[in-house]
Design a protein around this ligand. Structure first.
Ligand SMILES: Nc1ncnc2c1ncn2[C@@H]1O[C@H](COP(=O)(O)OP(=O)(O)OP(=O)(O)O)[C@@H](O)[C@H]1O
Length: 305
């Protein structure tokens, strides 16, 4: 099966009445990669993943998973594919282990020892006997990954796995995805967090209102990102803008929430700030704006028109 794409989606479209939730999306995920589908709320990520799992039918386009389509292969199209859409659900009054055992039974049984193995992979071996009702949200998400791993999939599909987690939960979930990827599993995940996708994905499709606004490697995306911005609050923005106009290598613009944003090399920003002080323009605040890739994400997904 090597060489066959894990996911090959071509021209996939889904409409709800007048709303085009997913508009002709094509994306290819090679085996062994971690692929991100990134977009703000409502971009169409979950709808796309639902179509991938055959939970809803596309109005147009084809989806092949390891070369198989739903139309040709029926439920066999999902062989080797596992994951969760939105948050996984468990019986709160049963332990993590019993929940997994129940799921394994429904699925025709898991390989001997697999249940304990997946609990170990997701770092829940110590808490597997505790009731799920007492789990943190992050633990429940990891149990969801364990449930998906029971089938020993080749492709793991995760819908915003770190959504709603606290910082420790986010860290643990990202570490888990990285471990799984390092073990050779192909992972397709959706996210609305550029930092997360940058940290764990090889390639990304960025969506905005159903359409693709970027498609490619994280490295190429980084190259397109603007320079790091510095938010400069001054007592005289008009004068500060005048002084900025004489610095062609620096891009300075008004920030929508007040003050200015200066973008350019660190040395140019430093020189500009020094000049403001020398010229008697009081600086009331200086802070980094969002990271360059995050700025690019907002530029791509909030553009009007
Ligand atoms: N069953 C449905 N009926 C009508 N509209 C729907 C349905 N499912 C999704 N939509 C709409 O399709 C669009 C895409 O929704 P979707 O849930 O796929 O976005 P998303 O990128 O996953 O966002 P979120 O992060 O908020 O889940 C939204 O405008 C949503 O309201």
């Amino acid at each position: 099966m090597t060489g066959v794409l894990a996911v090959d989606a071509v021209g996939v479209t889904k409409t709800y009445g007048d709303l085009v939730a997913v508009d002709g999306i094509s994306l290819q995920v090679a085996q062994g990669e971690v692929y991100g589908v990134l977009g703000p709320n409502g971009a169409g990520k979950t709808t796309f993943l639902r179509m991938l799992f055959g939970l809803i039918r596309p109005d147009a386009g084809t989806i092949r998973l390891f070369g198989r389509t739903r139309e040709e292969s029926g439920t066999r199209a999902l062989d080797g594919v596992s994951g969760f859409i939105e948050s996984p659900k468990f019986y709160p009054y049963l332990s993590g282990r019993k929940n997994l055992a129940g799921l394994a039974r429904l699925d025709g049984g898991a390989a001997p020892g697999r249940l304990e193995e997946v609990l170990g992979i997701v770092d829940l071996a110590d808490r597997a006997g505790d009731k799920v009702g007492g789990y943190s949200f992050g633990m429940r998400q990891r149990l969801g990954v364990a449930a998906a791993l029971l089938r020993d999939p080749q492709l793991l599909v995760l819908d915003e796995p770190a959504n709603g987690l606290d910082p420790a939960g986010i860290r643990d979930m990202r570490a888990l995805v990285k471990r799984l990827a390092a073990s050779g599993l192909t992972v397709l995940l959706s996210s609305h967090d550029m930092t997360e996708v940058e940290e764990i994905c090889d390639n990304v499709t960025i969506m905005r209102t159903g359409s693709v606004v970027y498609h490619g490697g994280i490295g190429e995306l980084r190259e397109q990102a603007p320079a790091q911005g510095h938010r400069v609050s001054t007592a005289d923005d008009g004068r500060a803008l005048e002084l900025a106009a004489r610095r062609p290598r620096l891009e300075v613009a008004a920030h929508p929430d007040g003050g200015l944003v200066a973008r350019g090399d660190q040395a140019d920003v430093d020189a500009y700030v020094t000049e403001l002080v020398t010229a008697g323009v009081t600086i009331r605040g200086l802070e980094l704006t969002e990271a360059p890739l995050e700025s690019l994400f907002f530029m791509l997904t909030e553009a009007t028109g």
